[in-house]
Design a protein. Structure first.
Length: 95
């Protein structure tokens, strides 16, 4: 059995804009997350849900699939459950 890793990365933020693209060492936080998931033998794919074209490019660069999240699911007050429902629904439609 294999698993899919989902990563949720909004471009906007009250605190730090594009924080998932911030470098720690030589890689962005997002790149590090994708690479760690790829090292796990039980994870067969990584999916990044985002509303940002820049984050999407970074995710693709490191081998993740990208799901573009609607802007209404990428607000500070957007319920996390709705983002999960969107990601799983979109992912399942590609199987």
């Amino acid at each position: 059995m294999t698993y899919t890793a989902f990563m949720f990365c909004r471009g906007g933020s009250k605190g730090v804009q594009n924080k998932n693209l911030r470098q720690v060492g030589s890689l962005s936080l997002l790149a590090q997350s994708i690479l760690v998931a790829r090292k796990c033998p039980l994870i067969s794919r990584s999916i990044v849900s985002t509303d940002s074209d820049i984050i999407a490019e970074e995710a693709l660069k490191y081998g993740a699939q990208v799901l573009i999240r609607p802007s209404e699911l990428a607000q500070d007050d957007s319920p996390e459950l709705l983002s999960w429902q969107h990601a799983v629904s979109e992912y399942c439609s590609t199987l």
